[in-house]
Design a protein around this ligand. Structure first.
Ligand SMILES: Nc1ncnc2c1ncn2[C@@H]1O[C@H](COP(=O)(O)OP(=O)(O)OP(=O)(O)O)[C@@H](O)[C@H]1O
Length: 261
């Protein structure tokens, strides 16, 4: 049986202005059911890669295809594309003065007409689904609180519920636990992992923490200086390879591995 590629990146190059070549020709395919961790030192290009995948950043060269279809750059295509890819951010990107429930419902915006979206006219079905998801991520007592009343770990779980509300085929998470303490990090990673695997959602997550990558990922991709230097199973990621990926920035890896342990 051949697996369907969810997302395919070919020859991806990103230059910021004239000076910085952040990605130097990356090829990467995300298959159905995969939970991929992208690791690498700061400045390696992890965020740039993920943002090119969702077209938050325009690649300089190369193609990105989603479910076999290359992104054509039109507004309607971009809208449809983004509605099927859930995003989870390091700093949560919630609307602070809105309720937890409203923030989760924002995941439906990509599927609504602009007018219904402007007036937040969510269907009863969407509201029930949002409440169900918020219960599932452990926020049953926070549903009507304002987002800014929550702890970091709780905010990130709202971010997860919002992404799941899109009923996405793929979730892209950009350092989802970089701002969290170890205990909240574990809860957030468990929540992402359980929900993606039980719903058949592929996931690609940028992580600083090598330990967390090894614990959750079905596949690990190592990025260094804008190039893919490792792509394999967690058990194939040797200490020597980890040293190579973080060469010259070992302090970062150790500090962050400890935080993720
Ligand atoms: N908007 C930008 N303008 C110019 N250069 C940028 C911009 N964003 C990123 N860069 C540069 O591109 C390179 C890759 O950055 P990127 O943020 O993708 O790395 P990263 O691996 O995600 O790092 P971190 O773990 O610190 O977030 C770095 O050299 C960075 O300085």
């Amino acid at each position: 049986m051949t697996m369907t590629a969810i997302l395919k990146v070919e020859g991806l190059v990103k230059a910021y202005g004239a000076g910085t070549l952040a990605l130097k020709g990356i090829d990467l395919t995300v298959e159905e059911g995969e939970f991929i961790a992208v690791i690498g030192p700061s400045g390696a290009g992890k965020s740039t890669l993920l943002r090119c995948m969702n077209r938050l950043i325009e690649p300089t060269e190369g193609t990105v295809s989603f479910l076999g279809e290359p992104m054509n750059g039109s507004k309607s295509h971009l809208r449809r594309w983004r509605s099927q890819i859930g995003m989870i951010f390091q700093h949560y990107n919630l609307v602070n003065r809105s309720s937890v429930l409203e923030n989760a419902l924002h995941g439906r915006l990509g599927y609504m007409s602009s007018l219904a979206g402007v007036f937040s006219r969510y269907s009863e079905e969407d509201k029930r689904a949002a409440i169900e998801l918020l219960v599932r991520v452990g926020l049953q007592n926070e549903i009507y609180k304002r987002a800014d009343e929550l702890s970091g770990g709780q905010k990130q779980r709202v971010g997860i519920a919002r992404a799941l509300m899109q009923k996405p085929k793929l979730i892209l998470a950009d350092e989802p636990i970089a701002s969290l303490d170890p205990k909240s990090s574990a809860v957030v990673m468990d929540t992402i992992y359980d929900n993606c695997t039980s719903r058949g959602i592929a996931c690609l997550v940028n992580l600083h923490q090598v330990e967390a990558a090894k614990k959750y990922a079905t596949r690990i991709v190592g990025i260094k200086g804008g190039e893919k230097v490792f792509d394999g199973k967690p058990e194939e990621l040797t200490d020597e390879m980890i040293r190579r990926i973080y060469e010259g920035k070992e302090h970062e890896m150790r500090a962050k591995a400890a935080a993720g342990a």
